[in-house]
Ligand binder design. Structure first.
Ligand SMILES: [Cu+2]
Length: 146
């Protein structure tokens, strides 16, 4: 236990010294690059995994599915990060669409029952959407991209 602690402290000191010297570079290259550099260097193997510092990289864009049960979107309100691809999965017994309220942003066109379509959201904003067949029946939603 004591030996392990000493080793960890030594590792931490080494990391901190290295961090000071390379701070700007590390900040530019990011955490992933640091991790791969450490794991790619056998001499530094004791250092990898003993400490965690800095801001983790943002999570990769999520893949989200919106289903269409009973003349509705589920979820009807969602927030995603830029770059997210939404799969519109028609789980209903009738055809639907996912169409932006503002014309021309996106429109899946007809999605037959049991089929899917995808839309990738690369622009931040809040977008209302609807099914062109059933918007009057409340088949609407809102997606926030940030
Ligand atoms: Cu519909």
């Amino acid at each position: 236990m004591a030996g392990l602690t000493a080793q960890n402290l030594a590792g931490l000191t080494t990391e901190n010294r290295m961090r000071s010297a390379m701070k700007k570079t590390l900040m530019a290259l990011g955490f992933i690059t640091l991790m791969s550099a450490l794991s790619g260097s056998p001499g530094c193997k004791n250092d990898s995994g003993t400490t965690s510092y800095g801001t983790p990289p943002p999570p990769p864009p999520a893949s989200n599915t919106v289903t269409m049960p009973g003349l509705s979107f589920s979820p009807s309100t969602l927030t995603v990060t830029k770059g997210t691809t939404i799969t519109w999965k028609n789980t209903d017994a009738t055809a639907h669409t996912s169409t932006s309220d503002t014309p021309g942003i996106w429109d899946t066109g007809n999605i037959p029952a049991g089929s899917s379509a995808t839309t990738t959201f690369n622009t931040a904003g809040t977008f209302g959407f609807h099914c062109t067949y059933h918007s009057a029946m409340g088949m609407t939603g809102t997606i926030t991209v940030r």
